[in-house]
Design a protein around this ligand. Structure first.
Ligand code: PFF
Length: 465
């Protein structure tokens, strides 16, 4: 039995880290973590919240949030995973024990597992929209759409529980099928071709957008900072999105970190993941906004930007069927690689905590996820009238995870890392050799990151600002 499992105590199945599997290389981890980070958040959410919040100034604030909150927390999570060599709850238990701290810190890990589980239940349904739209675009269903008809098409899909449940189920089946095969045979093998495919499609789409003649309008929309358009609310949106886009506080990065081979620099790899994630978000903006401007459409259309506004553009432009089809295939791949990472914390938690095999854990979590996902499906149709505090089931889940569980879990994790673990042990585990850089990271993690998160959280609760 390894030392870790003895420390983990009650963990029936944290029996040895040897049997858990490891990424074959630093590169494999980079692909997996980038696959987790790059998803609906980058291609669907980032462009529309940038559009809603006026463009350039919002992008700057978002970049600042990635730098002072996202990156320090990302490094902390990967480090906790690798040192604990267990699922998020198990890893927190191991580290708390080693630090001589309360065993209750493990609750933070359980909350992260729960957050990832809840997010996946609705993420799979939204990913299903992309899967449904890919063939629709490729088969020319968007030809000649105007705003009204495009809205009606989207509305008809949301109103059809069979269609939503069907595509959501398909996403869950593919996700869990890949995860069931294990870290190397499943995750790594799938990601090795999905990620390059995703980047290639994105570059093709940016290349196409550059030919529309409205590329520079998109560049100035994204990069000309007009701070008069920025509200306090925009800053909070940027902060929340930094969490979501880097897959923080949901167990994913801890779980992936737990398979990271020893000796890899966490600092450097995390930085590369954050850079790739931000690069994809900006490139997605450069692929989407030129089409929006070229077709005289509205950049601030909100959540419908991708599913209502873009189809109008695809229906009008040359090669629209091909480009539209490729766009939604890219979105589906991006969502799938994130969904895979969202399921890993629950599956490793179930199998390690209760000592059951991976396949059993996949089946159990799959059933629970599927039942919960039906709640999201029905919140767009049969249950759309049932609301709690004016929110549908889907809105409630989204609010609970993004606005409450993520900031709380993230805050707990930075406090645990910065104030409970010893500076020496963190420095050693992080592999950040440059003492000046480590000092900077350490101070930011101890002070700036928690204060930043606290401001958002209190504001969310309506206690502040
Ligand atoms: N980062 C993903 C995105 O931007 O779409 C979403 C996500 C994945 C959130 C995994 C949380 C997570 F654990």
């Amino acid at each position: 039995m390894s030392q870790d499992s003895i420390v983990a105590g009650s963990y029936a199945g944290a029996s040895s880290s040897a049997g858990r599997g490891l990424w074959s290389s630093r590169w494999a981890f980079f692909l997996a973590a980038t696959g987790s980070a790059v998803g609906l958040g980058n291609i669907w959410k980032f462009p529309y919240i940038t559009g809603e919040n006026g463009g350039g100034a919002f992008v700057l604030v978002y970049l600042a949030c990635i730098l002072v909150i996202g990156i320090p927390l990302l490094m902390a999570e990967v480090m906790i995973g690798r040192r604990g060599r267990a699922n998020p709850e198990g890893a927190m238990a191991v580290l708390a024990k080693q630090a001589g701290a309360s065993r209750h810190w493990r609750i933070l890990g359980s909350v992260a597992v729960l957050t990832g589980f809840l997010i996946l239940s609705f993420y799979a349904v939204v990913a299903g929209w992309a899967v449904a739209y890919a063939p629709a675009a490729a088969l020319g269903e968007f030809a000649g759409l105007d705003g009204e008809r495009s809205g009606a098409l989207f509305g008809a899909m949301l109103g059809d529980p069979w269609k939503l449940a069907g595509f959501g189920t398909l996403v869950l089946l593919v996700t869990l099928g890949i995860v069931a095969l294990g870290v190397r045979e499943g995750l790594e093998r799938a990601l090795r071709f999905m990620m390059p495919g995703l980047f290639l499609l994105l570059l093709v789409l940016v290349g196409y957008a550059a030919t529309t003649g409205h590329f520079m309008a998109a560049v100035s929309f994204l990069f000309d900072a007009d701070f008069s358009k920025l509200s306090a609310q925009s800053v909070l949106v940027a902060l929340g999105h930094a969490f979501f886009t880097l897959s923080l506080a949901s167990g994913a990065m801890m779980a992936y970190g737990s398979y990271l081979p020893a000796g890899t620099s966490i600092a450097r790899t995390a930085l590369m993941v954050a850079l790739a994630d931000t690069g994809v978000a900006l490139l997605a903006g450069l692929a989407i906004f030129p089409l929006v401007f070229a077709n005289g459409l509205e950049p601030g259309a909100g959540p419908g930007l991708i599913f209502v506004t873009l189809p109008i553009a695809f229906g009008q432009m040359p090669l629209g069927q091909l480009v539209g089809g490729l766009f939604f295939v890219m979105l589906a791949i991006a969502a799938l690689t994130s969904a895979i990472s969202l399921s890993e914390p629950t599956i490793s938690w179930l199998s390690e905590k209760f000592g059951i095999g991976r396949l059993k854990a996949v089946l159990l979590s799959g059933l629970a996820l599927w039942l919960l996902s039906l709640g999201t499906v029905f919140s767009f149709n049969a249950w759309s009238e049932f609301t709690l505090f004016g929110k549908t089931f889907f809105d409630c889940l989204d609010y609970l995870t993004t606005n409450l569980l993520m900031p709380l879990g993230g805050l707990g994790t930075v406090l645990f890392t910065g104030w409970v673990l010893s500076r020496e042990s963190v420095q050693e585990a992080l592999g950040l050799d440059n003492p000046q850089l480590f000092k900077l990271w350490w101070q930011v993690l101890r002070w700036v990151t928690p204060l930043g998160i606290l401001v958002v959280f209190l504001h969310t609760l309506g206690l502040f600002g």
